[in-house]
Design a protein around this ligand. Structure first.
Ligand SMILES: [Mg+2]
Length: 316
């Protein structure tokens, strides 16, 4: 029996969430003016972590220094990120999704997968259901999401990335050739700019080119593991299950994007200690222990370097 998977993705999450809060305080809607989250306007320091569509139209890019963004767009309204607010907004929209979905996997702070398989008798029309969930989030929480629908996670995720905001898209296997294959290869999940460049140099320009390429050739460019995975994704193949939130709840994490680069070791250790203290205080209040600790560092080009450390003995 084929699966039915939804991917729900908040549109410009950090910007939308801050916008909804400021709107409730009588401030103008950040989504309708050139605005961005991140950095410090007075010091002209830090980087842009999210931007509005009007800011995008002025050339403001995510990840660029605030000073550069302000030169492109002097009227840019800058707001600081508020991660406590973001965690609350994240929990609220996922609670709405949970009302309808037998299984939910939190994929990131603003994205989740819903396994809707076997719900045909309760919800005979999955597209109508996706609209209902999308509209309920918009009407009760004030921000919009995209929902992608398909038979597995990769296709549902690719579908939610089609035209934004506030849209429902399907990408069923029969639609792969027309909706997925014409896209540039760099649009495929996990194809970063370096991988896309390697593929383009080898004549693979679209996702369809990758799907129809010789698998041996793809592996010779990207290595066996990565080559096979991306080749499968381009062909819409993915059998990974939706991991329910019961398993999700076993992990405790915290992350923070700094308004300025941290370049000295002493400061890095201080910040690291502060984050560790925050996450461990949550764990203490839940009376849980950890046996595996993962540290992830994201650099100025938004590249992520995970390092994993496991300790044999349990520790709080
Ligand atoms: Mg998003």
């Amino acid at each position: 029996m084929s699966q039915l998977i939804f991917h729900v993705d908040v549109n410009s999450a950090y910007l939308s969430w801050t916008a909804v809060k400021l709107l409730s305080e009588g401030r103008p809607d950040l989504r309708l003016i050139p605005s961005a989250i991140g950095g410090d306007k007075d010091k002209r320091k830090g980087i842009v972590v999210a931007k509005s569509i009007p800011a995008k139209q002025k050339g403001v890019k995510t990840g660029e220094p605030v000073g550069l963004a302000l030169r492109k767009c002097p009227e840019l309204v800058l707001e600081k990120p508020d991660f406590d607010l973001y965690r609350k907004c994240s929990a609220k929209f996922m609670d709405i999704c949970r009302k309808y979905a037998p299984a939910l996997e939190k994929y990131s702070i603003d994205e989740c997968f819903l396994d809707m398989s076997g719900t045909e008798n309760i919800y005979p029309d999955p597209i109508a259901l996706a609209y209902k969930i999308k509209d309920e989030i918009k009407n009760t929480l004030g921000f919009t999401v995209n929902i992608g629908i398909s038979t597995n996670k990769i296709l549902a995720k690719m579908a939610s990335d089609f035209e934004k905001p506030d849209k429902v898209h399907t990408l069923f296997p029969a639609e792969i050739e027309t909706k997925l294959w014409p896209l540039p290869v760099g649009d495929l999940l996990f194809v970063g700019s370096a991988t896309a460049e390697k593929l383009r140099k080898s004549g693979i320009k679209t996702i369809g080119d990758l799907a129809r390429a010789n698998i041996g050739f793809v592996k010779s460019i990207l290595g066996n593991k990565m080559g096979q995975m991306l080749y499968d994704y381009a062909n819409g193949i993915d059998d990974s299950p939706v991991r329910t939130s019961a398993r999700e709840a076993k992990g405790y994490s915290i992350s923070y994007t700094y308004e300025e680069d941290i370049t000295d070791k002493a400061r890095a250790y201080r910040e690291f200690l502060a984050l560790t203290e925050k996450v461990s205080s949550r764990m203490r209040s839940d009376s849980v222990k950890a046996y595996c600790i993962t540290v992830t560092i994201r650099d100025t080009s938004f590249k992520t370097n995970p390092t994993r450390r496991s300790s044999p003995s349990q520790q709080t």
